[in-house]
Write a protein that binds this ligand. Structure first.
Ligand code: PAF
Length: 283
């Protein structure tokens, strides 16, 4: 496995593969890899001849008071895991390489509406940062396929819309969320939780599962269900950000039984914000 930290070196490697007719799958990450990321690599390997993983803690997607500086950086362990899982190249650019003129004057990509809801409403500029860096990485790598986790359901929807809107010929693959034994969705930020918070954290997905059961049992009073779920989150020790029963098609709040739905949720445990979701298909 090669670790490349320059755009030119990565492009040179890619052009050799392309000349040989090889296809490329891409997994963008911010590092501090866990089993969820490694599963993305496993899936990527089934989709193309070569797998490129990027590790870049993207300053553009962090708000002023967020955890950019404390975000865990574990490059050595990450590269070991990626090598074990058979990635071909790890791309590790610096912020200066990706944003040479600085963030204030950087051209950006923004997916309207989808990027303003849910996490977009509470993290101003977050999805602009995500779509801009993913667009830049796609332009550098020009993959055939790119893999993203379904845990970040809204992010995945935004990337899917971006490739359609910008006519990028990339197949976007969503990969099932990996969970701990107690059902907590794996996330790099779980490492911030104290032992007490870690014990409370699985309640989020438990509440989502209860919501799904209620909806499938015929309760279509979605706004009332959201309020109940918020109260359950508070009772379980969370400070809820949002819990929204949404339509899969456009992520707007669901209003009727016919829509395929996804419940999207974000809640705080102390200073740590955790997100999760559950898909619901009523018949
Ligand atoms: O999901 C992530 O880790 C990041 O948002 C991504 C897609 C790598 C962009 O920085």
């Amino acid at each position: 496995m090669n670790i490349l930290n320059s755009i030119d070196a990565l492009r040179a490697q890619i052009s050799i593969w392309r000349r040989n007719g090889e296809t490329i799958a891409f997994v963008p990450t911010m590092g501090n890899l866990h089993q969820g990321h490694l599963r993305l690599v496993e899936v990527a390997k089934t989709k193309a001849d070569r797998v490129i993983v990027s590790i870049f803690v993207n300053p553009m997607q962090f708000g002023k008071n967020e955890d950019l500086h404390s975000y865990p950086r574990t490059l050595e362990a990450d590269c070991q895991g990626l090598s074990d899982y058979g990635a071909d190249v790890v791309f590790t650019p610096t912020p200066e390489m990706m944003y040479p003129r600085g963030l204030d004057v950087q051209t950006y990509v923004e997916v309207p509406i989808l990027g303003d809801l849910h996490c977009g409403a509470s993290r101003a500029g977050h999805f602009r940062g995500v779509s801009t860096i993913v667009c830049k990485l796609f332009n550098i790598v020009q993959p055939d396929v790119a893999c993203f986790g379904l845990k970040d359901y809204q992010q995945l929807a935004i990337i899917r819309q971006m490739v359609i809107d910008l006519s990028m010929p990339i197949d976007i693959v969503g990969v099932q969320t990996e969970r701990a034994e107690d059902d907590l969705a794996l996330s790099s930020r779980n490492g911030y939780l104290t032992a007490e918070q870690r014990a409370q954290a699985p309640a989020l997905f438990k509440i989502l599962k209860q919501l799904r059961t209620q909806i499938l049992a015929g309760n279509h009073n979605y706004r009332q269900l959201e309020q109940q779920a918020k109260q359950q989150l508070i009772d379980a020790g969370f400070t809820p950000d949002y819990i929204d029963i949404s339509a899969q098609s456009d992520l707007a709040l669901a209003t009727n039984k016919e829509q395929k739905k996804v419940v999207l949720a974000a809640a705080w445990l102390g200073n740590t914000r955790i997100i999760d979701n559950i898909v619901i298909e009523e018949v």
